[in-house]
Design a protein around this ligand. Structure first.
Ligand SMILES: *[C@@H]1O[C@H](CO)[C@@H](O)[C@H](O)[C@H]1NC(C)=O
Ligand SMILES: *[C@@H]1O[C@H](CO)[C@@H](O)[C@H](O)[C@H]1NC(C)=O
Ligand SMILES: *[C@@H]1O[C@H](CO)[C@@H](O)[C@H](O)[C@H]1NC(C)=O
Ligand SMILES: *[C@@H]1O[C@H](CO)[C@@H](O)[C@H](O)[C@H]1NC(C)=O
Ligand SMILES: *[C@@H]1O[C@H](CO)[C@@H](O)[C@H](O)[C@H]1NC(C)=O
Length: 775
């Protein structure tokens, strides 16, 4: 077998000599794979020789299939030797298939591309009021996250940002092993705040070399700087975007140390680089790992559960007691779109904050409409301007559709000069770019209209001319006015910053929703956090509008996405780690989930983007409420062995799991159902008649008597046994059972939602209960 392979390789080499084009073809068979072998038997402090031996064993293992150790050495570009056992190699499909059959191999994953999930936000969560830190603020309890280390796997960091200044910070904690490598010219300068900056690009260099902008951790996109500063940036007063949205930029854990791991290049993150980032962050000593990227679509099934680096890397982090927080994805508002849904990560959805940037459109018929923009330049005037529909102003070389999208070079200057141009959102053209197209054709202003699919979701952008963005229903009345008037006119006012906006938070339309098709037994997302119009630090390499032609630069940018929501929770977990260092990652997630809010600032149930009541599939347990999380009363804890037991129920074998656990674990003869994982939420995705679930609560507060109360989902009978739990000391654990039974006449209604609350009169330990009754 091996010699046939060697012959094949020789043949390939022969082609290579003949012609360069053929050489490409020969290479087209090959791609990057991660060969995953489980965990290493040794710990974090193992001597270097152990790591070298592991590398050697990888060469031998692949060499046994390739026919020579040298060929294996040439093919392997990462040996994971710290906490993940495995290697990444550039291989033929057949070799990969053969590796997968090897008894030492848990799984072989072809490399794939994951995608980035692209000042007021903290104020809004009650941690402070009018710039004053409130007495019961988690910031106080946690001393602002002092000495906690937050790692961010993302597009790198802009180290010169004021958010990463180390003024007044003490020495770097001794336990930290990270560093800021790179040649003199390209190294990212670290300090006592930004204590690590590594880059991983070997997989990307093989898969898409054009995406790699250098051997450095410098952020040339802005995404990584934004997310890292949201999680752990220090307070920077008078931060603004081109002078708009002027306020104090704040990280969740402002005194935390931060470290950047650049694993994403030009918006994409390759499997083997992501795994290398996880391994390094865990080894370096991070307490929290923040991940604002993921698969574009959920994994097809539970079988491919491990064919994904965030799931795998985060499991190793969880085993080592490191919290991993991930974005849920931006594929909402459709069901079954959530990604990063492994039960050992905290999956974060995006909600709005109570800040808006409204401006006003006045139409000739004296009708006013509210729009959204950040732009408030002095280009505005009080007069009414003639209006024109962009679709009717097309140049001959452009389709009406391109023109209606206000594509650059498609608007006929004589038709738009001095007018307010109505452009349609979308067409893959950045919104700010549309304004630039209008300006360059001589337009006086722009109204950006949502299409039907965009609904009510409007964005505030730093446009280059007087501009605003309106909802679909407003667009319909605008078109009506334009059609009815021989000479339609309008005015756009400068935008203002409005605080205390009512019915906030609500769910962002783009935020991915449950249920998790990959793993319906765990309710995902877990929690919602601010992810709309978030002001945070940025790179000075590109414009914050993401438009290449836009030459404006800003130290701060306003971005939206579950990418922005995720680091808010990473910051809160950092604070919890500082305040409650003995808690496990699962305990911290439980504290955040069971204390979350499901009401908005009017006291009404939180709404979804369509105005209807949001469900647990949109926000999980609710919107994060950091001050409460520090004192949840009780937590649902989970040990690494319980995750392994869960994996047994998922079909993994004792052999696989003993590799993952370093040989110590074996599956129970009859693993409990997956619904029994001690998660702070309950979901029964396919209820037949009835089911009894088991949960276990741990007291992390004072002794107390907790009573259960619940609201059963519609058509479901629910009982809890026992209904009272008495905790006599801290750390004590008590079990209870929940019976869920479907009422015969109310089947097949899809998912229905309820809740379970344990309370001692002071703490309310709340879990969402979600059931799909089939029969
Ligand atoms: C931002 O606000 C502060 C006061 O809150 C003011 O001193 C500063 O000039 C403002 N900056 C800009 C760019 O408007
Ligand atoms: C259409 O033609 C004009 C010149 O008449 C040119 O400036 C513009 O770039 C062209 N647009 C496109 C999309 O090619
Ligand atoms: C303007 O353009 C939009 C989108 O292309 C279209 O739906 C609308 O009917 C047009 N209105 C007028 C008055 O032409
Ligand atoms: C649960 O369902 C089984 C049938 O699957 C039935 O025999 C049993 O009585 C049910 N128990 C309850 C509490 O409804
Ligand atoms: C559900 O509860 C109702 C009212 O208590 C009872 O009549 C019914 O039998 C119960 N159904 C099941 C399946 O337990």
């Amino acid at each position: 077998m091996a010699s046939r392979r060697a012959l094949l390789l020789l043949a390939a080499a022969a082609i290579l000599c003949v012609c360069a084009a053929q050489c490409r073809l020969a290479h087209a068979w090959k791609r990057s794979y991660v060969v995953y072998l489980g965990a290493h038997p040794y710990g974090r402090d193992a001597p270097l020789e152990e790591h070298e031996r592991a590398t050697e064993s990888h060469h031998e293992l692949l060499g046994s299939v390739l026919g020579s150790k040298q060929l294996a050495k040439d093919a392997i570009f990462y040996s994971y030797t710290k906490n993940i056992n495995g290697f990444a190699a550039y291989l033929d499909e057949e070799v990969a298939a053969e590796m997968a059959k090897h008894p030492d191999v848990v799984t072989v994953m072809p490399s794939k591309m994951l995608k980035l999930h692209t000042t007021r936000s903290w104020d809004f969560m009650d941690m402070e009021k009018d710039g004053q830190v409130l007495p019961d603020s988690i910031w106080k309890h946690a001393n602002f996250g002092q000495n906690v280390i937050i790692a961010n796997l993302d597009s790198g960091v802009w180290p010169e940002s004021s958010s990463f200044s180390d003024e007044g910070m003490a020495e770097v904690p001794k336990r930290w092993r990270g560093s800021c490598p790179g040649s003199a010219k390209y190294a990212v300068p670290c300090n006592r705040k930004l204590i690590g900056a590594r880059y991983f690009n070997k997989d990307m260099l093989l898969s898409n070399p054009a995406a790699v902008d250098g051997n450095w951790a410098r952020d040339t996109e802005g995404h990584g700087t934004h997310t890292l500063s949201t999680a752990g940036g220090r307070f920077v007063p008078r931060a603004s975007l081109f002078g708009y949205a002027n306020g104090t930029a704040k990280g969740g854990a402002p005194r935390a140390r931060v470290a950047a791991y650049k694993v994403c290049w030009a918006g994409e993150c390759a499997t083997a680089d992501v795994l290398a980032g996880f391994e390094s962050a865990v080894h370096d000593g991070a307490d929290v790992i923040s991940v604002s990227f993921g698969q574009e679509a959920p994994l097809a099934d539970t079988k491919s559960f491990f064919h994904e680096p965030v799931t795998l890397g985060s499991l190793h982090a969880a085993i080592h007691g490191v919290s991993v927080v991930c974005s849920a994805g931006n594929s909402g508002p459709f069901d079954d779109t959530v990604v990063n849904g492994a039960p050992w990560v905290t999956t974060v959805a995006a909600s709005t904050v109570d800040r808006d940037f409204p401006n006003q459109i006045t139409l000739g018929n004296n009708i006013h409409m509210k729009g959204m923009s950040l732009e408030s330049s002095d280009l505005h005037s009080n007069k009414l301007f003639p209006m024109v529909n962009a679709s009717g102003a097309a140049l001959p070389n452009c389709s009406a559709e391109l023109a209606s999208n206000c594509a650059m070079g498609c608007l006929d200057p004589p038709k738009v000069k001095g007018k307010i141009v109505v452009c349609v959102r979308g067409g893959d053209i950045p919104r700010v770019m549309k304004g630039m197209a209008v300006l360059s054709a001589g337009g006086a202003g722009m109204i950006l209209a949502n299409g039907k699919m965009d609904g009510d979701d409007v964005e505030a952008d730093p446009h280059v001319l007087p501009a605003t963005m309106i909802t679909y229903s407003e667009a319909v009345s605008l078109y009506k006015y334009m059609a009815s008037s021989a000479y339609p006119v309008a005015n756009i006012s400068p935008s203002k910053t409005e605080l205390g906006v009512k019915n906030s938070p609500s769910m962002a339309a783009f935020s991915s929703r449950g249920p998790s098709g990959t793993l319906p037994f765990v309710l995902k997302p877990d929690i919602a956090a601010p992810g709309v119009d978030i002001l945070a630090a940025f790179t000075e390499y590109v414009s914050p509008t993401e438009v290449a032609a836009d030459k404006r630069r800003s130290e701060y940018a306003i971005l939206s996405g579950t990418s922005m929501a995720c680091p808010h929770v990473s910051g809160v977990i950092g604070l919890l780690k500082a305040a409650r260092p003995e808690w496990s990652p699962a305990a911290m997630r439980s504290a955040i989930m069971t204390t979350a809010r499901t009401q908005d600032n009017t006291g009404a149930p939180m709404r979804d983007s369509n105005g209807k009541e949001a469900t647990a599939f949109a926000y999980g347990a609710g919107n994060v409420h950091p001050n409460r999380a520090v004192d949840p009363g009780l937590v649902y804890d989970i040990t690494p062995d319980e995750y392994f037991t869960f994996l047994c129920a998922l079909g993994f074998t004792t052999k696989d799991l003993s590799r993952l656990s370093g040989g110590k674990f074996s599956c129970p003869a009859k693993p409990p159902p997956m619904e029994d994982l001690n998660y702070p939420s309950i979901v029964v995705p396919a209820l037949r008649h009835n089911m009894t679930l088991t949960r276990r609560l741990k007291n992390v507060g004072r002794p107390g008597t907790y009573r259960a109360s619940w609201r059963a989902p519609f058509g479901i009978n629910m009982t809890v046994d026992p209904k009272v739990l008495v905790f006599e000391k801290a750390g004590e654990e008590k079990e209870f059972k929940v019976n869920i039974a479907s009422q015969k006449d109310k089947l097949g209604r899809g998912y229905v939602f309820g809740k379970l609350v344990w309370s001692d009169g002071i703490h309310y330990v709340r879990s969402p209960v979600v059931v799909n009754a089939l029969g």
